[in-house]
Design a protein. Structure first.
Length: 227
């Protein structure tokens, strides 16, 4: 159980939690969960692995992939369901850390966590949590890249953190607040504006980004040229 806790902290930079949620158990559930870890252009070709059952054990293949990315489901036994997708560098960083080795990487590594993560809140009551929204995580072989960054994961801003008992920093970059409205309303607004523009086009014969040839009017059926 101690190793499970360390593993979860490694992946999510989270702290001890209290709320419980359903975690995947069967292979089908683990596959579905791992696919939630990142954008579809990553997950559709990613290798899906399951976590080792013992420290230093093998990662069991749930599905072979071909794009160099690896997605894993939530770690068994931990309170929150937080799958992630990792490039080869970030995956190596995780595996080194879980094995108790100093991570040995030679370039930047990137990971997605589309399900977000929970961290200890820096404000409010003791033991309260903050739900970090969907985010990317970045590791680097150059630790000075991360100096000067915010270290509070509960203020919604990008922040750096490190594993318990270690000093290697990694960067967490939220892409939106967890409870921020989805982009659907914005897309709907864009469609409304597009519809209004189309009506103007039909009425005038002109297009956005174009103008009538000099000396001709829209009513005479002008040729159009780009601005």
């Amino acid at each position: 159980m101690k190793w499970i806790t360390i593993a979860f902290l490694t992946v999510t930079a989270a702290f001890a939690q209290s709320a419980k949620s359903h975690l995947p158990v069967t292979d089908a559930e683990k596959i579905a969960d791992a696919l939630r870890g990142g954008p579809i252009f990553i997950t559709k070709g990613a290798t899906l692995l399951d976590w080792p059952s013992t420290p230093g054990g093998d990662y069991r293949v749930l599905r072979k992939g071909s794009n160099g990315w690896t997605c894993l489901p939530a770690i068994p036994g931990y309170p929150h369901d937080e799958p992630g997708c990792f490039d080869a560098v970030f995956l190596q960083w995780i595996q080194d850390s879980l094995a108790g080795r100093t991570p040995r990487i030679d370039r930047v590594g990137i990971a997605y966590m589309y399900g977000g993560a929970w961290v200890k809140s820096a404000t409010g009551t003791s033991g309260s949590e903050f739900h970090v929204g969907p985010h990317l995580m970045i590791v680097s072989p150059h630790q000075d890249d991360f100096e000067g960054f915010n270290r509070d994961g509960s203020n919604g801003m990008p922040y750096v953190t490190h594993l318990p008992g270690r000093t290697e920093l990694f960067l967490v970059m939220p892409v939106r607040q967890w409870d921020e409205p989805q982009l659907k309303s914005r897309r709907d607004s864009s469609q409304i504006q597009k519809g209004a523009d189309d009506k103007i086009v039909g009425a005038t014969g002109t297009f956005r980004g174009c103008r009538p040839e000099s000396g001709l009017s829209a009513e005479t059926g002008p040729r159009l040229r780009a601005r």
